[in-house]
Design a protein around this ligand. Structure first.
Ligand code: ADP
Length: 855
């Protein structure tokens, strides 16, 4: 910070405040503007495309400055937060009119990506989490807590390695992490590589008694510590009441189906690999929720499917009862659509940002509860008992809002018009005075016209002069002397005041001012009364959210004809009959999709899948994983029938996802993912390996693949789908008892391959690589050459017996190409040099793509 010259008192004040908010943009309130100075100004002006000006333009070292009007600030703040920055709002906390000298200023709120409450960037169906992480001395134990400030949800757990910390943080898609200073640099680095996240670490801890209850029941020290850290950061940034924060709930990641970061990503549970969006994911398919809370809960359930048989069964039973009650379900959906975001409304009540319209939304939402209750009671046979417990219509709040708040309440409470007539006697008196006042004025106008005979005389009002009698210049002569006191002269008229008019004016204005003040007071009282019910509203919101997710399951299950899976803990029998990939089926249509079974008895642990590329191997594997996730969420599944064990973890290695951000090659990522599975999988886990080993040369790739299969078979014993293009591996069926060969059927028709997408027993007869290359449109002569090489290879040779013809030998043909460019010649040369034996089909495609680009 440049400090060489002596600064004005204002800039001194600015520096004093800015030093506590080094990592935030300081929005310094100056009159109607928020101003930024120095580095802040330079950066913000670039980010928001604002004009950069300067203060003390003529001084030796002018101060860079830029400003935004305070009434338009929200949009700019949203943009900065969206981009991952923090904004400190610094207001004048004294009235400039009555203050001598410098007005006192303070930061009233620090808005950060993890703590935004009001923003258009806040997706209704998504949580916005702020996370805190602390580490025990030797970095082998971590306290991990997160909060959604808009809903008040606060959870905490203890984790035992860095990978789990990374997994939790990335599955929450947290936007901001408050870090303990003891956290290792390597963990911070990994966090920032995997997530788009802001770190907040330098803030000092402040105590806030309001929060004492939140961590009061935590037994583990590390959990207490991390929750306190989170809360300290919240008090520091929000500087206001946060009465809606819920008591910290301890959770154990091991109580849910575990899927690591890679698997969630690969399976496209909530984010499409290609677009990063929800469209095309399992979440997109399952989401028939009607409320924002339901949408958020669905995502949470998807992130943490269950592993307890009884809990899964309970959800299934609820879904079943909804499926059995078509009409009730339709009514339930209609009622649900009228339920607004209760959780965030409750948050705004506590936060003090609630307005009249929010209260009407709250009332409308609560008014649906009795009907929802009745519908659920109607179908309840015990399975709904728990949810019914919290389905509280919060009648007192409904009545309160009903009697106090006007139906079409305006967005702001400052101008009144929010509190209903009849709610408060005093307010009614003021209002009567106001409306009588208007009548008096009207009567006075009529009387003045009559008395003076001036037909166009009128009584008007403006903010500067108050009430006045206006007479046009032409009529002035008709105005009697004496009573009329001149107030203002216009081009065509004069304005006057009379003692009676003055008296009436005082009465009216007083009533107006007092009524506004009183309305504001009453509104705050109503808000405080509702605040007392926040706990009940939050419980209700949770219950409604769960009902909404379950009705969504029922809706989806009916729409796509899903079946109720039979789930058994500690079973190793998997009988998925005629299953379908739910998302692919939805996209291509039920008719087009070829169903496939996965039948593994307790003795089988590995399916070795062979078949041409593009025939449907990875679709088959994903189909099983998604079915498991759906089943363990409590939803029905896309199959004719299903009997499934309850899995504890899912590991995947599917598709070629280069981890570009952290700069790791495909093969490295492949091996890391394989490592995760091999080290952590149990006999109750599910492993999906798609063409492991293809990222490296043929022999070591195949050797690794074989060793991995043997290792799983002997040590891990997890249910495994392993697809491969190494035909040699199919011989393992002879030596490994729990391994079964399956393949995707394909038939040859007139030299072309037709994929049946149907799984069949036994190994594939051939790999059809050349056929696929043909489908991809490779040049015919290249394909012919490949067939020749293949034939000689299949005849048992280790290298092509028919040597590739040299350029000279082809000189006759070359003349054909005499018109070709050198670039094209070089492409031909490259094709000739290609060592097809060392290439995977994927490499071949990539090379082909490169070649095509060159010509
Ligand atoms: P592989 O992993 O064998 O290369 P994929 O699983 O990626 O093949 O499938 C390739 C394409 O085939 C998919 O994008 C899909 O359009 C289609 N497909 C796969 N399985 C089926 C199926 N069971 N029914 C219909 N089409 C399918």
């Amino acid at each position: 910070m440049p400090q060489k010259t002596k600064h004005t008192p204002m800039m001194e004040q600015y520096f004093g405040i800015k030093k506590d908010y080094e990592d935030a943009f300081l929005f310094y309130r100056l009159g109607d503007f928020y101003e930024m100075f120095y580095e802040d100004a330079i950066k913000v002006s670039q980010l928001l495309e604002l004009t950069l000006t300067s203060r003390n333009r003529n001084a030796d070292d002018p101060i860079p400055m830029c400003g935004i009007p305070h009434h338009a600030a929200q949009g700019y703040i949203d943009t900065l937060i969206e981009k991952g920055y923090k904004v400190a709002i610094c207001e004048q906390v004294e009235d400039p009119k009555t203050t001598v000298g410098m007005v006192k200023r303070e930061v009233v709120q620090l808005i950060t990506p993890g703590t935004v409450m009001e923003s258009k960037g806040l997706d209704a169906k998504e949580n916005n989490y702020l996370t805190a992480i602390v580490a025990a001395e030797r970095q082998q134990e971590f306290g991990f807590a997160y909060v959604d400030l808009s809903t008040g949800e606060l959870k905490v757990t203890t984790l035992f390695d860095e990978e789990s910390v990374l997994n939790e943080a990335s599955s929450l898609q947290t936007r901001e992490v408050v870090l303990g200073s003891e956290l290792s640099e390597s963990l911070k680095l990994k966090l920032s590589q995997r997530l788009e996240v802001v770190f907040s670490e330098q803030y000092t801890t402040t105590e806030n008694a309001e929060f004492n209850f939140i961590a009061s029941e935590l037994s583990a020290d590390l959990e207490q510590e991390v929750v306190n850290k989170l809360l300290a950061y919240l008090s520091l940034t929000q500087k206001r009441s946060l009465g809606h924060l819920q008591k910290a709930a301890v959770y154990q990641p091991t109580h849910f189906l575990k899927m690591d970061h890679y698997s969630k990503f690969n399976l496209e549970l909530s984010q499409s690999i290609r677009t990063g969006k929800k469209q095309g994911t399992l979440l997109w398919l399952l989401d028939e929720t009607k409320t924002a809370m339901g949408g958020r809960l669905l995502k949470q359930w998807l992130d943490r499917p269950l592993i307890q048989e009884t809990k899964i069964n309970r959800r299934q039973e609820m879904v079943q009862s909804l499926l059995d009650a078509f009409f009730e379900r339709a009514d339930l959906q209609t009622a649900m659509t009228k339920v607004y975001d209760l959780e965030r409304l409750a948050g705004r009540v506590a936060f003090g940002s609630v307005n009249g319209r929010d209260m009407i939304q709250l009332r409308t939402s609560l008014e649906q509860i009795p009907q929802i209750r009745q519908l659920i009671e109607g179908i309840n046979q015990g399975q709904w008992n728990e949810l019914l417990l919290d389905l509280d219509p919060v009648k007192d709040v409904v009545d309160l809002i009903e009697t106090a708040i006007i139906e079409e309440a305006p967005l702001t409470i400052m101008d009144g018009g929010v509190i209903k007539d009849g709610y408060n006697e005093q307010l009614d008196t003021y209002r009567e005075a106001m409306s009588h006042g208007k009548q008096w004025i009207a009567e006075m106008e009529a009387k003045e016209r009559q008395d003076t005979g001036i037909k166009n005389l009128k009584i008007g009002f403006n903010r500067v002069f108050g009430y006045y009698i206006e007479v046009t210049k032409g009529q002035l002569a008709n105005l009697p002397e004496g009573r009329y006191d001149r107030k203002q002269t216009l081009t065509n008229a004069e304005r006057f005041i009379t003692p009676e008019l003055k008296e009436t004016e005082t009465l009216i204005l007083e009533a107006e001012e007092k009524s506004q003040d009183l309305e504001y007071q009453l509104f705050l009282e109503v808000r405080e009364q509702i605040k007392a019910s926040i706990g009940r509203l939050q419980k209700l919101a949770k219950s409604v959210a769960a009902i909404d997710v379950l009705q969504s399951f029922a809706t989806v299950s009916e729409k796509y004809q899903y079946t109720r899976p039979v789930m058994k803990a500690n079973s190793h029998n998997l009988q998925l009959v005629e299953g379908r990939h739910p998302v692919v089926e939805k996209v291509m249509g039920h008719q087009e999709y070829v169903p496939n079974s996965v039948k593994m008895n307790p003795d089988t642990s590995i399916f070795l899948i062979t078949g041409p590329n593009m025939s449907g191997k990875s679709t088959y594997m994903r189909q099983l994983a998604l079915t498991v996730v759906m089943a363990q969420m409590g939803c029905f599944v896309p199959a004719e029938s299903a009997e499934m064990p309850i899995f504890d973890q899912i590991f995947t290695r599917i598709g070629a996802s280069d981890d570009l951000i952290s700069g790791q090659s495909t093969f490295m990522v492949e091996m890391m993912e394989a490592n995760e599975a091999l080290r952590h999988a149990t006999p109750n886990s599910l492993i999906l390996f798609d063409e492991i080993g293809r990222g490296t040369a043929t022999y070591d790739g195949m050797a690794l693949a074989e060793a991995i299969i043997e290792y799983i078979h002997k040590k891990v014993k997890a249910k495994t789908l392993f697809s491969t293009h190494y035909h040699e591996l199919t011989e393992l069926e002879q030596s490994l008892q729990g391994l079964v060969n399956v393949h995707v059927g394909a038939v040859e028709k007139d030299g072309d391959v037709v994929f049946l997408h149907k799984m069949m027993d036994g190994p594939a007869d051939k790999s059809y690589g050349i056929h696929v290359a043909k489908l991809a449109g490779l040049p015919i002569d290249l394909l012919e050459r490949a067939s020749t090489i293949l034939t000689s290879l299949e005849a048992g040779a280790t290298k092509p017996k028919t040597p590739a013809p040299s350029v000279e030998e082809e000189s006759g043909q070359l003349s054909l190409f005499s018109e070709v460019s050198t670039e094209e010649l070089s492409v031909i040369d490259t094709v000739k040099r290609m060592n097809l034996l060392e290439m995977t089909p994927m490499d071949a495609l990539n090379t082909l793509y490169e070649l095509q680009k060159r010509i």
